[in-house]
Design a protein around this ligand. Structure first.
Ligand SMILES: Nc1ncnc2c1ncn2[C@@H]1O[C@H](COP(=O)(O)OP(=O)(O)OP(=O)(O)O)[C@@H](O)[C@H]1O
Ligand SMILES: [Mg+2]
Length: 227
């Protein structure tokens, strides 16, 4: 599924000499394409997470809109937007995203459960993903017992179980060693090439080598860059 952002921007309050607001994301257009891994890199504070949140329907922009199948996500009613997001997209956020009262397995199956797709197919997919990321021995553990890198891999498994058409990942390799970083990047690239739309936001220099499309975020403006 294609996602098109038109003239989106986001300002936050911050007092300085000339004004009380600054642009975390400057007005810009952006298309997220199917079948391609799009990577956005950029310095800390350049607006990557804000930009991803706007695209993912999580943060209403101050201008413009985000369109999928001709509909603007931000003119939908709350319930319709939630249903749309659940059905078509998944997010691996930058911060912690685990439900601590659930086991690793239950966390990984969470999206499937919400979508009422807790069946043999999704369970098989979850097993396969846990195996690929070396997480099978931890499936009965609680998130609190996991390392930062294990938590990241768990969250990624959860996002992939229901095979969302659009996948957003914010620094998914943040706490990972070289081998697991490569595994995650390969997984995201293969997932994109299987016909999904994937946006990866990261500091990870290695990610550039996996990108079909590379952008650099500079002071809230995503600019094309050579992969
Ligand atoms: N809710 C908010 N209120 C005010 N300012 C905010 C808010 N969220 C983010 N900002 C500011 O907007 C700018 C962009 O933040 P953002 O989180 O998008 O950066 P980032 O590129 O993802 O950084 P990092 O690489 O460190 O994750 C930063 O200067 C940040 O301080
Ligand atoms: Mg960020």
């Amino acid at each position: 599924m294609k996602l098109q952002a038109q003239n989106i921007s986001k300002r936050f309050f911050r007092q300085n000499r000339n004004s009380n607001y600054f642009y975390a994301v400057q007005p810009c257009d952006f298309d997220l394409e199917e079948g391609a891994l799009t990577v956005i890199m950029g310095r800390s504070g350049s607006g990557k997470t804000t930009f991803m949140s706007l695209l993912a329907g999580l943060l209403p922009p101050d201008s413009g809109g985000v369109f999928a199948e001709g509909k603007n996500l931000y003119t939908m009613k709350d319930k319709a937007l939630s249903a749309f997001r659940a059905a078509h997209l998944a997010v691996v956020p930058q911060g912690r995203a685990a439900l601590d009262t659930l086991s690793v397995w239950e966390n990984v199956m969470l999206n499937a459960r919400i979508l009422r797709r807790e069946n043999e197919e999704t369970a098989g997919k979850a097993k396969e993903l846990l195996d690929r990321f070396g997480m099978t021995p931890l499936k009965d553990a609680r998130p609190r017992e996991l390392s930062g890198g294990e938590l990241r891999r768990m969250t990624l498994c959860r996002a992939l179980v229901t095979e969302p058409e659009i996948l957003f990942c914010d620094e998914p390799t943040g706490d990972l060693d070289e081998e697991n970083t490569r595994l995650v990047l390969e997984t995201l690239r293969d997932y994109a090439h299987a016909g999904h739309s994937v946006l990866l936001v990261t500091h990870e220099p290695e990610a550039a080598a996996y990108a079909d499309r590379l952008l650099k975020m500079k002071e809230g403006l995503p600019e094309a860059s050579d992969p």
